[in-house]
Design a protein around this ligand. Structure first.
Ligand code: SAH
Length: 348
């Protein structure tokens, strides 16, 4: 079957066979990409209009016990100046964000044992009480089920945990042996069962990734049905084992975004900072490929340069205010409007 016919088939069946995914990824040309993006964008506009949800990210700690080979804040990077925000700092970021129209706060950080269950749940509870009309999203890695349940009970309703690769051997090439795909999958399952709107996802073009790996990622997502999907190109960081690996391709990232949207019409899919870093117009292109979320940074200026997951991360040299204004202008430039809303997942 031609790639365009496979894309049509995906739209109807919301899934493809492994070899069909592999074919599209291996052989798509410029015209196929345009067709996939047009199809995905049509589905997004029909479902959400030309509205983009804003989420404010607070990067509250760059301390991490893990050693992911791709990540700039990995434990083994001794060139990384570590920081932690305290409860009052975090609340102040949310206060600032609320005034700018944010109705979702994403607390993201390394896996930092300093923030015990009691500590972090206390912070989540305060944010939920202070901003009852806002959603709290967590992105703090792998925790045990009790911990996830406690976060939910404290008021968090969404959780972002990219699966990074649905193939165990590929996953093992991106992480030390102590980090297992099995454990990541258990976390994702627990999160869904507890009732979180759950986000998974991958870096496109991560080292050693093949088209068959991406096919497996798509098949995993067809089955898992995440409410949110995070997709961005891999970008090397100079202080990691992957410093000399090539960055992921923007076109392949856009193709994966478009295919994900066609497969999961209701999903919340952010146009990521990594996409905006890989290319000046990256975030606009992400929206044109079916993204419907952007996540500006609300972290205090002083810490931004310290939360460097990859080299050249955009937005680290501007205030929250300027970052928001820039993103709003980028969206308006392509005819989209940024809305003040929680933007919860809704199945149709
Ligand atoms: N510690 C948390 C949150 C921070 S990392 C967690 O692991 O979930 C958030 C995401 O950034 C990761 O899931 C990864 O996919 C992405 N990321 C990390 N390093 C990157 C790099 N070098 N290039 C592109 N994306 C990267």
């Amino acid at each position: 079957m031609r790639n365009k016919d496979l894309i049509e088939k995906l739209k109807i069946q919301r899934g493809l066979a492994e070899d069909e995914w592999v074919q599209i990824i291996d052989t798509f040309d410029e015209e196929d990409l345009r067709f996939a993006m047009d199809t995905a964008r049509g589905i997004t506009i029909e479902r959400f209009g030309k509205k983009i949800y804003f989420r404010g990210i607070v990067e509250f700690t760059n301390v991490c016990r893990n050693d992911c080979y791709y990540c700039g804040i990995r434990a083994g990077n001794s060139n990384c100046a570590r920081y932690r925000l305290d409860e009052e700092d975090i609340l102040a970021c949310c206060e600032d964000g609320y005034a700018h129209g944010f109705r979702t706060f994403v607390l993201q950080g390394g896996e930092d044992p300093y923030y015990t269950k009691e500590k972090i749940c206390g912070i989540v509870r305060r944010i939920s009480e202070r901003f009852p009309d806002c959603a709290v999203t967590m992105s703090i890695g792998e925790l045990d089920r009790d911990f996830y349940q406690a976060l939910y009970d404290a008021g968090a309703r969404r959780y972002l945990l990219r699966h990074e690769s649905a193939d165990a051997s590929h996953y093992a090439m991106l992480h030390p042996a102590s980090q297992k795909l099995e454990s990541r999958m258990r976390c994702l399952k627990d999160l869904k069962e507890i009732g979180f709107q759950t986000g998974c996802g991958i870096m496109v073009g991560s080292p050693y990734q093949t088209s068959r790996h991406i096919a497996k990622d798509m098949m995993f997502m067809a089955e898992f049905k995440p409410e949110m999907v995070g997709l961005g190109p891999f970008i090397p960081h100079r202080d990691t084992p992957f410093r000399d690996e090539p960055a992921g391709s923007v076109d392949l990232t856009l193709m994966v975004i478009a295919l994900t949207r066609i497969m999961l019409p209701d999903a919340l899919i952010p146009s990521t900072t990594a996409l905006g870093t890989a290319e000046a117009e990256g975030r606009q292109k992400g929206v044109l490929a079916g993204c419907n979320v952007v996540m500006p940074n609300l972290s205090p200026m002083e810490v931004r340069k310290k939360y460097m997951l990859y080299d050249g991360k955009v937005g680290t040299d501007m205030s929250a205010e300027t970052g928001i204004r820039t993103l709003r202008a980028q969206m308006e430039e392509i005819g989209y409007e940024v809305v003040v809303a929680r933007g919860d997942f809704q199945r149709r």
